[in-house]
Ligand binder design. Structure first.
Ligand code: GNR
Ligand code: NI
Length: 170
């Protein structure tokens, strides 16, 4: 297992549309292992493979409470089958946009279909933090970031801040 570097804004890789995982191979399981290690180290509650520079439709997530036992979950080739009309709002953050948090409104409930590490297909309904997180992660697979839902003023401000930080680091 290895902790990998997380790609941050304005890295253009974050705008790539990730490719479906064709087959759940040992390599895919190794990638998921590295993603968990990277996600827990960060720490974060979810991670899309593109955040470590791998444009494949693979997500890791753990929404367990700090006190409770861990609950590592993997979502391969996830698809949203249905979204509720009802909206919910959460203060979102992103490991690729460190230390920036804003309220984002999204469908409160979604139904998702995904494949697990055994290659088995599941369908599940998500609500609450799970609904927010799975939508945030599936957005990453499509090159979409949570700042895309903010006003142009707020988005421009955060983009500019990270552009400047990247220039300073050159
Ligand atoms: O760790 C994370 N926390 C979080 C909080 C609210 C809404 C979404 C998230 S996902 C984020 C990790 C991340 O960037 N995943 O892509
Ligand atoms: Ni994110």
């Amino acid at each position: 297992m290895a902790i990998r570097d997380i790609i941050i804004l304005p890295d253009k890789q974050l705008r790539l549309v990730s490719k479906p995982v064709e087959k759940v191979t040992a390599e895919v399981r190794k990638l998921a292992d590295d993603m968990f290690e990277t996600m827990y180290d960060a720490p974060g509650i979810g991670l899309a493979a593109i955040q470590i520079g791998v444009p494949q439709r693979l997500i890791t997530m753990d929404l367990a409470k700090k006190e409770g036992p861990p609950n590592p979950r993997v979502f391969i080739n996830p698809e949203i089958l249905w979204s509720s009309e009802e909206k919910g709002s959460y203060e979102e953050g992103c490991l690729s946009i460190p230390e920036y948090y804003e309220e984002v409104e999204r469908p409160a409930k979604v139904r998702v279909r995904f494949t697990d590490l055994d290659g088995k297909v599941h369908e599940e309904e998500a609500e609450g933090l799970f609904a927010t997180c799975i939508q945030h992660e599936i957005d990453h697979l499509n090159g979409v970031l949570f700042v895309d839902y903010l006003s142009k003023l707020k988005r421009d401000r955060v983009m500019k801040k990270f552009m400047k930080a990247a220039k300073r680091a050159e």
